[in-house]
Design a protein around this ligand. Sequence first.
Ligand code: NAD
Length: 501
Amino acid sequence: MSQDLPRIPLLINGRLVPSRTTEWRPVINPATQERLAWVPMATADEVRDAVAAAQAAFATWRKTPIGQRARIFLKYQQLIRDNIKSLAATLTAEQGKTLADAEGDVFRGLEVVEHAANIGSLQMGERAHNVASGVDTYTLLQPLGVCAGITPFNFPAMIPLWMFPMAIACGNTFVLKPSEQDPMVTMRLVELALEAGIPPGVLNVVHGGEDVVNALCDHADIKAISFVGSTRVGTHVYQRATLAGKRVQCMMGAKNHAVVLPDAHKEQTLNALVGAAFGAAGQRCMAVSVAVLVGAAREWIPRIVEKARGLTVGAGTGAGTDVGPVISCAAKERVEALIARGTDEGATLELDGRLPPLDGQLKEGNFVGPTIFSGVKPGMSLYEQEIFGPVLCIAEAATLDEAIAFINANPNGNGTAIFTQSGAAARRFEEDIDVGQVGINVPIPVPVPLFSFTGSRASKLGDLGPYGKQVVTFYTQTKTVTARWFDDHGVSGGVNTTISL
Ligand code: NAD
């Protein structure tokens, strides 16, 4: 391990500390293969120390006044805003997406921080007066204790910010396990959270992979786990952590379909489709990875190809770049192998993005250019797997009903969109499609924090989604208090052993 690179610290009890582990992995710029830092695979003792610090801090944090909690997030949102350019630069260096897209990643997380500053009105209980004579009932939404978050590589700013601000604003303490592939921007956000005034032990960070995640799932003092990532890992986390008695929410993999009806606004639709298929090199859980062209919309394929061919592939830092690299050499090999299988399995390769022409150091990068297949059908690997790269699959349907049935038969239910000028068609689609996020002429929306992120079928486990109102329910325990206060007018009646009517 070269000594000159920064070593990413853990955060335990308010202190950024070096890990004692012997296992370190490089954080690599995916556009150039330049090594940026070393990330530790934390030891079992370090995970225990982080949870112990969170558990100890909970005793006072849970009783901290609402205004005091809220003001930290008011300050935090300003600090993120002030640092958004440098946060985006760090994000692009380690993740690869364009600088503008990286700023969007930070901004969508910032919106959740702004929402966390409203915790006073979000965490209010209910009250009913005189539920019986002289008796009142009310609810307290109390924090759970130590919560943990496990995040993926593709939104290293937004997704950690989906989790710890709302959990902490509700009065919980937190242990975050960022993606080991791009933890640097997450750590910068964590440093800003400390600067905003989050007290020691309230937010802790451990780095690592499978062993650290399993330790969090098993730890008796962790009450709830939020996970975002692949379906394979999320299913494992859900099963393991629920077996250990925890509350768990897992937002997982996707295969997002966009239905295009022939009455759609053609240029707007095709721009939206191509942007959502290839933006962030297809590494968004909300990327459009399948276009379902209905009826005469199939004639738009050449125009889709033309628009995709016009996109610029390059480093995320480059002016004019549309499509950056995929996250790792392994991801690039996987995407290329799926493209090869696509042609073997009978799909038509309309645009081949393998080996895009690049100069200098970028030749070493993990680049795949926009790739388009038509004639894609269920059963093909291209359709069955989440590619998570810049590959758009085109399928066809004769009618809207056929398109709806096609999408509902896919196991994933993360996001979908319809493009049409018909309100009636859009309304039928929103009602009958079994998918969490639905876009109407919008490809594909991540809901703002007035709402919660969701998902159906294989894309989500657990009932409640991240951020918004649902996450306040997730991060709190409802306690129902029924109270009678006696006055001095004497004792009426005697002992009553029946349930009251
Ligand atoms: P991933 O599942 O490989 O990793 C997610 C987290 O789990 C990381 O912190 C990682 O360190 C950890 N992990 C990896 N392997 C593990 C194992 N064997 N046991 C325990 N923990 C393990 O996901 P990723 O590749 O980082 O992210 C891409 C995936 O995330 C895609 O499937 C994408 O659709 C999904 N995603 C979903 C949403 C959503 O909201 N539904 C949002 C973003 C990303």
